[in-house]
Design a protein around this ligand. Structure first.
Ligand code: GLN
Length: 304
C-alpha cells in the first residue's frame, strides 16, 4: 500500500520551485486577482479516505473542470445520442478556438473544448430545465460539501467578457446544433464554470469515475462502459492541445480549468485534484502538471 500523505508531502516539496510560475488567467477579470503563490493537492480514495497538502481546503474557480460533470450528467440521461451533436476526438486547437467549427458543420470535436461544453449545457438544459442547478446538486452530493456554490462575481465577469463563447454558441445555433436560446445557454454555462470548490471537494467529486460510474450513495450515475468512455475522453481531450503531453507525462485521465485546477482519476483507486493558479500557454496549471507528473512517477500509478 502507498503512504499517500507522505507522497503528497514529497510532491509538494518537489514542485515548490515552479509554484507561482505561469500566468493567472486574465481574460476573465475576476480570476486575475487570485494569488499565484497558492498550491494545494488532495487525494480521495474510493473507500472514502482523504489526504491533502497545502491549500487543499481553499475553494477556487473550477471553470472547465465542470465540463466533466456536465458530460457525465448528460450522458447518463441521453446515452449515445449525445455523440450525434459532439465528437470525441482531440481538437489539437486551443479550448476556445473557432476555426474547426466551420469546417465541421457546427459539430464540436469533443465535449471539453468550450464549443462542445456549450452543446452539453444546451442538451442538459433541454433534458432538465436547469442545467447549472443539476450540476451544482451533483457536486454537492458527491463532494459531501453542501455549501458548494456558484461565485456570482466570476459568473458576471465571464458574461461581460464572454464574446468568444457567445460567438461559438451563435455559430453552432446557425447549424442547428443549439436547441435553446443562446443567451440562456450562455448563462447556464457561465454559472456552471463559476462554481467554487476546493481540491478536497473535487477529489471526492470525481470518485464516481474511479468507481466505474457508481456514485457516493452506492447507486449508479453511469454504466461501467459509460464511465470508461468519460475517462477515455478525459485522457485524450481533457487538457486540450496538451493532451498528448499529459498522457506522456502523467498517464491518467485528467481535466483542467483556467482557475488553475486539474482533476485526475485512477480507476479502482482514487480521485485527485491539484490547484496552482499560474497557467501555461495551453491554459493548464504549471504546478499542477508538474505535481501530477511527480505523483505518478513516485507511485507508479497510472492507466498504463
Ligand atoms: N469559463 C471558461 C471559458 O469559457 C472556461 C475555460 C477553461 O477553463 N479552459 O472560457
Amino acid at each position: 500500500m502507498h503512504d499517500f500523505q507522505s507522497i503528497l508531502d514529497e510532491v509538494m516539496a518537489a514542485v515548490r520551485p515552479v509554484v507561482g510560475q505561469g500566468r493567472v488567467a486574465n481574460y476573465i477579470p475576476a480570476l486575475a486577482s487570485v494569488d499565484p503563490s497558492r498550491f494545494g493537492m488532495a487525494l480521495a480514495t474510493v473507500d472514502g479516505e482523504v489526504f491533502g497538502v497545502g491549500d487543499w481546503r481553499m475553494p477556487f474557480s473550477v471553470q472547465s473542470i465542470s465540463k466533466v460533470f456536465a458530460l457525465a450528467l448528460t450522458l447518463s440521461r441521453d446515452g449515445d445520442a449525445i455523440w450525434r451533436r459532439v465528437g470525441k476526438e482531440p481538437s489539437g486547437n486551443p479550448f476556445n478556438s473557432l476555426v474547426q467549427l466551420e469546417y465541421e458543420q457546427g459539430v464540436p470535436r469533443n465535449p471539453f473544448i468550450n464549443a462542445g461544453a456549450l452543446v452539453m449545457t444546451d442538451r442538459l438544459l433541454s433534458l432538465t430545465g436547469d442545467s447549472r442547478g443539476v450540476v451544482r446538486e451533483f457536486l454537492r452530493a458527491e463532494s459531501g460539501n453542501p455549501s458548494v456554490d456558484f461565485d456570482p462575481v466570476v459568473a458576471a465577469s465571464e458574461a461581460e467578457h464572454g464574446h468568444r463563447n457567445a460567438a461559438l454558441a451563435h455559430f453552432m445555433k446557425s447549424y442547428g446544433n443549439i436547441e435553446n436560446p443562446v443567451p440562456l445557454v450562455l448563462e447556464h454555462y457561465f454559472w456552471q464554470c463559476s462554481l467554487a470548490m476546493s481540491c478536497a471537494d473535487l477529489a471526492r467529486a470525481c470518485g464516481f469515475l474511479a468507481r466505474h460510474g457508481q456514485v457516493s450513495s452506492g447507486t449508479r450515475l453511469l454504466s461501467r462502459s459509460q464511465a470508461k468512455q468519460v475517462n477515455a475522453v478525459m485522457l485524450t481531450c481533457g487538457t486540450y492541445d496538451a493532451a498528448g503531453e499529459f498522457a506522456y507525462r502523467v498517464g491518467l485521465p485528467c481535466k483542467s480549468g483556467v482557475g488553475g485546477g486539474i482533476i485526475a482519476v485512477i480507476p479502482n483507486r482514487c480521485g485527485l485534484c491539484v490547484w496552482g493558479p499560474g497557467l501555461d500557454s495551453h491554459g493548464n496549471s504549471v504546478a499542477g502538471v508538474e505535481a501530477l507528473d511527480r505523483f505518478t512517477t513516485l507511485t507508479g500509478l497510472s492507466v498504463f
